[in-house]
Structures are given as C-alpha cells and as structure tokens.
Design a protein around this ligand. Structure first.
Ligand code: SF4
Length: 729
C-alpha cells in the first residue's frame, strides 16, 4: 500500500515578474521592519520582501508585511474629496479647492461662534513624522485649537506619562539588542508573537543563543506565556500590587543596587515606606500570584547581572496605566537596570509611528518634546515658525478621550479626524455614535472612504496610503526609518503632507509659517529644532538618504556624528531629563477602581490583538490572506465555564455588559481562566460595544482590558446571518 500522493504536483511559487525592488518601511506596527516592494515592468506593486540588510528584521516580515503591497489597490480606497450637508445623505464628489475652502470656512464659523477650542483635531500614530510636524504647525500655529490630540492616547499615553514622571522625558531607553545581553526578562501584558512578531523573533533568537529566564505576567495564557519559563496569571488590573511586592522582597532581602539608587535617583525613602504594605502574603491575596512565586521572581530579577522589562497594552490600557509604567521604572531603577546592555524599561509601542507623533506632532505639547507649559519652549517655537508666542495656549488641552465627552456636552462643535476610526476603536460604541451625530461639522481624512466613522462625516479627504508618499517613522527602539514613495497616490488622493500645507493657506498664520514643499524640507526644520547637547531627541546628524543607507538610525544621532549608528540606549551615564538630573522613584499606591465581575456580570472581559489584523482592520480587512486566516469576531472561553452554561465550541453567543452587547463565535480554550473571556479588538460592532474604558487619571488612556460581562444564548441562524453580513467588509 502506498502512502501519500501518487500523482505528485509540486507546489509552485508564482513568478511575480518583479522588474525593480524599492526600499521602504512597514506601515503597520512599531517594530519598524525594512521592506522592499517589487514593481513589475508597468510600475505595479506585485510583491513585498524583507530587507536582509536591516538590523531590525534581517530579512523577515510577518503576514501583514508580506502582503502589504496589496494595500495600494485594496477595496474602499477614496480617490476624490467628498462632501454633503448632512451625515447619512449621499456624498457629492468635489475638487480639493472647494473641499478646503468649505472646511476652512466651517472651522472659522465654529471658532468665531463658540470659541477657538470648539473645533478639535484628533490625529493618529500612522502618519509620517514630517506630516505630524506639519499637522502640528497647522493645528497649533494656524487653526489655534488647544483641543488637538492623537489616537495614541488609546495605546501609548500611559507609557509617555510614566516615562515623563520617572525620567523627566518621554523616550524608550532601551533597544532590541538588549535581548542579546539580558539575564532575565519580564514581559508585562505583552503578547509579542501576535502583536510584534518580528520583535518576538529577535527575542527568540537571543534565547536560542543564550538561555535566560523569560517571565510573562498576563491573565491569559498568551502565545508568549506558552513559551515562557514562568507564567504569572495575574488578576486583571493588579500589576502595581505585584510590582510593589517584588520591590518589597528586593529591598527586604538587600538585593537592590544601593550605589545606583544613591547616585542616580530621588525618592527611595518614600518607595521603601510604601512597599512595606505589600509583603508577598498580602499581595498574593490581591494579585492572585502566590507568595513563593513573587519571591522567586524578585530574586531572579534582582540577582541577574542585567534584567529588563517590556510591556504593551496589558499595562498601558488600565485605570492605573501610568502608575504601572512608573512602577516598572521603579523596579528597574532600584535594581540599577536602566541604560545598560540588557537592563532597561522598554515599552513596546503600538502603531508604526506612535513614536513620531510623540516626538514631533505637537499633540500634547510642542515639537521635539517641548512643553506648552514652558514659556521658553513656547517662545522658541513661535520664533522659529514666525508667529506670536501668545497664539499658543499655556497648557495642553483635552486628550482624545476627553474630546468626545466635550462633544456630548456641547463644548466642541466641530472635529477633524485624521487616519483614526473611533467608531471601532473607542470604548462604548453607542455613546461614540451619538457623540458624532451631534457635531455641526465632521471631517474624516483617511485612505479608505468606507472607514466606519465616515458614515457621520460632512467632508471626506482621500489620503494617499503608506508608500504612496515619502517620509519617516520612528520605531519602538527610537530608530528612524524611511518610507520611500513606491507608487503614485490612487486617483486624486493626496499625501497628508500636501493636505496640511494647502489647508494652512486658508488661515492668516499660514502666510507667516513656512510649510516646505517636500517632506525632506520639513525634516531639515526638525533637525534644526532637535539640536542641543542636553536633548536626547537629537536627529541633527540624519538625512533621508543616510537613513535609507543605514536601514534606520536610532536617535540621538547628533550633527557631525561618525558612521551611521545612533545611540542604542538612553541614560547610560545615569543622568536623566529631570531638574536634578536624577530619576524619580515614586511610590505607587494600588487603587481598585475598575469594574469587576459580580453576580449579574460574572466574567472578566479581556481584549487584544491577533497576528493577521491591525487595529480596526481598515487595511488588513481588505487583504485576502489576512482576512482569510482571521475572518470572524470570536471569543475565547474556558471549556469548564462553557459546560456550565451549555455553550458549545463554534456556536454563537451574546456577550452583554452594562453598556451594550455583541454577538461572537465561541472558541473553547484553556488559554483563559474559568471567569474570563477574551475577544480580539479589531472588529467593528464587537468588543467596544461592551467595553467600559474608564480613564487613567494621568494619561487619560482607557482601561480597555477590564470590564464585567455575562454570556447569553442567541438564535444561531440569526447570529450566523449577522456574521456573514459583517464578513463582507
Ligand atoms: Fe510590519 Fe510589524 Fe509585521 Fe514587521 S512585525 S512586518 S513592522 S507588521
């Protein structure tokens, strides 16, 4: 008897007919992979491959990067500006001048009637850095609203806030190469294999060369937890209890780095006093990790020659996300693990240019990590842009998550959304829908006109996508890489850079502020603003060409720097960006203020990513292979809990919270404990119909990952029909 196929037909790799490969950088996650896009003889993008010479990805890409060239011709792209008087009416195609004139006159009308700040702008982490810098000029320097923020408030605001509180400045201090030096790594709420597959590959490669303990703190048995040496299935929202308890053990057993603490930090007495309340026995009752495990992890971490912490949304998306980041920094400061190879506090950022918006967009301040609250900073930027300093507010306005409630209360009447999709991304969808319907004027600027939020707009600006334009991204490890233009923008869509420049001409200060013609020109301005020995964010030694040559350069990279390599780490000399030059050790008290399961809503609901999709699927929902491998909103449920409720694998259920409900397909798995369910956050009309999203007091970031829900039966035929309709997107 023969096994296998007798008629062998070897798999053929189709010849893509690539005539030319062009350099660019991936536009999805913050890993920052260098990409080459293959063009055929007619200039059509037909393939993508990783750039083998790039230090970040060394030739590798994840599924999103591999199919990224399909974005250019994906369904739903906008190719002309659209306008209408009322939301839901049919759009009329228009030309750019008419669209800009109408938008500018509506902004002016709203500001004259209700005040300058009654028109808000919410941006993204997806634009190119030069576009962020130009949008900052337009929003802060020309339109003059103080209610201007980025959607990075939904993902990285807690990391920014925590870094500022601890180190006096934003900026992740470590790099991927730290994996190759560390002797112990704790990952807090970070599922690298699905969120940042290529960073995970770097970690795995380092582990294969040299074994070190990998400890994962996560309520769910994530893919990273499966590969870990120790998995700590923490009770949701209790991270600071665990970290305080780790510090209790370290300080109690004299394992801290006293020389580093004395030389480079302030505040150890307050932290020592606070953590006395978090002995491992007391802490274990709150955070759900047993006493022995807490002691073992504390000793492993403190005794390692170099130890590092990484984290993502499990820490940031919490009512105490900023406190969680500060506490991770506390842990690393007391063990002397900042600024040395393998010793760091490394937030793994989310979007491809979440860093670029933090650095240069002026969302929460002024360009180059300058503060609105600092008079000298306001004066410097006003002089550089050629406008009156008084045009700037003296403190930042509302964060994105406060802008929507301000629309509800009538404080804000007009909104411009740039490459962000709150109808899917914000907590409590039904509330956001009502909020958008209240606006007198809504502009949606996006590469895709079928983005859900566009249903509520009065004006639609079609933006060029990814490598239809040119400029830089900064990745998780402060590496600036360049997106080269590979193809022309679709139809009459335009680069965001051009859109901001043209809009500026409609405002008086637009005559005074210089908007360069090219992204390279804007980059030169940013270089000038970044110069200075005391600035960590110094890009003055870079140029677009040098960045491509090096396949990315980390900042700081100062004018006159030799070679093509920036500083891999910040704070290597133990000098921080605070007034004293020392890092702040800040005692963090645990506050239990989130919604927890109860009799009525007995399950924790947790949310997160799947590898095939990015954010609200605006792009990946259009890519055949990404959609094929992950087409359906699903919910992970523990088989024991399912048996109690009579729920079957691959059946549909209704998940309900105090805010709303959603229908999902059940996947039974022991990844989640009996009292928890997990849902990917990418799908429209799904997890955010249910989520609560209480806000962190420092960062204003929502606690997406914790709320209480119940599971109910649902008519299977109806649910299947609903799901089939949803799949058509
Ligand atoms: Fe793109 Fe991130 Fe995938 Fe790299 S890991 S290819 S940057 S999505």
């Amino acid at each position: 008897m023969l096994f296998g196929r007798t008629d062998r037909k070897p798999i053929k790799i189709l010849d893509k007919q690539v005539a030319e490969w062009k350099y660019t950088t991936c536009g999805y996650c913050s890993t920052g992979c260098s990409i080459q896009v293959g063009l055929d003889t007619e200039g059509k993008a037909v393939a993508t491959r990783g750039n083998a010479a790039a230090d970040v990805n060394r030739g590798k890409l994840c599924i999103k990067g591999i199919f990224e060239h399909e974005l250019f011709d994906a369904a739903g792209r906008g190719d002309a500006p659209l306008m209408r008087d009322k939301a839901y009416e049919a759009f009329q195609k228009t030309d750019w001048d008419t669209a800009f004139d109408k938008t500018a006159s509506e902004i002016k009308r709203i500001q004259e009637t209700y005040g300058k700040d009654s028109f808000a702008i919410v941006s993204t982490g997806q634009l190119l850095t030069e576009e962020f810098y130009s949008l900052g000029k337009l929003a802060r320097g020309c339109i003059g609203t103080n209610n201007y923020d980025g959607n990075t408030t939904l993902c990285m605001a807690s990391a920014v806030s925590g870094y500022k509180r601890s180190f006096g400045s934003d900026g992740p201090p470590g790099c991927y190469e730290d994996f190759e030096h560390t002797e112990c790594l704790i990952a807090f709420g970070s599922n690298l294999p699905e969120q940042h597959p290529i960073i995970y590959w770097r970690l795995k490669e380092a582990l294969e060369k040299r074994k070190f303990p990998l400890i994962v703190v996560d309520p769910r048995v994530t893919m990273l937890a499966q590969f870990a040496d120790m998995h700590l299935p923490i009770t949701p929202g209790t991270d600071v209890v665990l970290i305080n308890s780790l510090m209790y053990v370290i300080l109690d057993e004299g394992l801290e780095d006293r020389a580093y603490i004395d030389a480079h930090t302030n505040g150890i007495e307050e932290v020592e006093a606070l953590v006395k309340d978090y002995n491992p026995i007391a802490a274990s009752k709150i955070c759900g990790i047993d006493e022995d495990t807490i002691r073992t992890v504390a000793r492993l971490y403190a005794k390692a020659g170099a130890a590092m912490s990484i984290w993502t949304m499990g820490i940031n998306q919490s009512t105490h996300g900023s406190d969680g980041v500060v506490d991770i920094n506390n842990l690393n400061l007391i063990t002397g693990n900042i600024g040395k190879p393998g010793g760091t506090s490394l937030s793994i950022t989310g979007q491809c240019n979440a860093m670029g918006t933090r650095e240069w967009s002026s969302c929460s301040g002024l360009p180059g990590y300058r503060y609105l609250e600092n008079e000298a900073d306001r004066q410097e930027i006003a002089d550089f842009w050629g406008i009156d300093k008084e045009f700037f507010p003296e403190k930042r306005g509302l964060a994105q998550t406060d802008i929507f409630p301000a629309i509800e209360t009538g404080q804000i009447k007009g909104l411009w959304l740039v490459a962000t999709n709150p109808m899917t991304s914000m907590p409590n969808t039904s509330r956001i829908r009502k909020t958008l319907e209240k606006l007198e004027f809504l502009v949606v600027q996006d590469s895709y006109q079928d983005v859900e939020t566009n249903q509520y707009s009065h004006m639609y600006f079609p933006a060029a996508v990814w490598a239809e334009k040119e400029g830089c991204f900064t990745n998780t490890e402060r590496r600036v890489n360049i997106v080269r233009q590979v193809v022309q923008p679709k139809g009459d869509s335009k680069p965001d850079f051009w859109i901001f420049k043209e809009m500026a001409k409609r405002f008086p200060n637009g005559e005074k502020i210089h908007f360069p013609d090219t992204p390279a020109g804007a980059f030169e301005e940013m270089k000038q603003l970044s110069k200075g020995d005391s600035r960590t964010l110094d890009i003055s030694g870079m140029s677009h060409d040098k960045i491509e040559q090096a396949a990315g350069i980390q900042w700081p990279f100062r004018e006159g720097a030799e070679g093509l390599k920036g500083d891999q780490r910040l704070y290597t000399d133990g000098h921080f960006q605070t007034k004293s030059g020392k890092a702040n050790l800040i005692p963090i008290v645990f506050r239990d203020n989130n919604e927890c399961p109860d009799e009525q809503y007995p399950f924790w609901m947790n949310s997160g990513r799947v590898v095939e999709h990015f954010h609200t699927r605006t792009r990946t929902g259009k890519i055949g292979n990404c959609n094929k491998f992950s087409p359906t909103p699903y919910m992970e449920m523990n088989p024991d809990a399912a048996r109690d409720l009579g729920v079957e694998h691959q059946s549909y259920v209704r998940i309900a919270s105090r805010r709303g409900d959603a229908v999902v397909m059940v996947q039974l798995t022991h990844r989640v404990p009996r009292n928890m369910v997990f849902i990917p956050f990418h799908f429209h009309d799904c997890v955010n119909r249910v989520s609560l999203g209480l806000l962190d007091p420092h960062s204003r970031q929502p606690a997406f990952k914790q709320c209480a829900v119940r599971i109910e039966p649902v008519d299977q035929a109806l649910a299947a029909q609903l799901n089939a309709e949803r799949r058509t997107f």
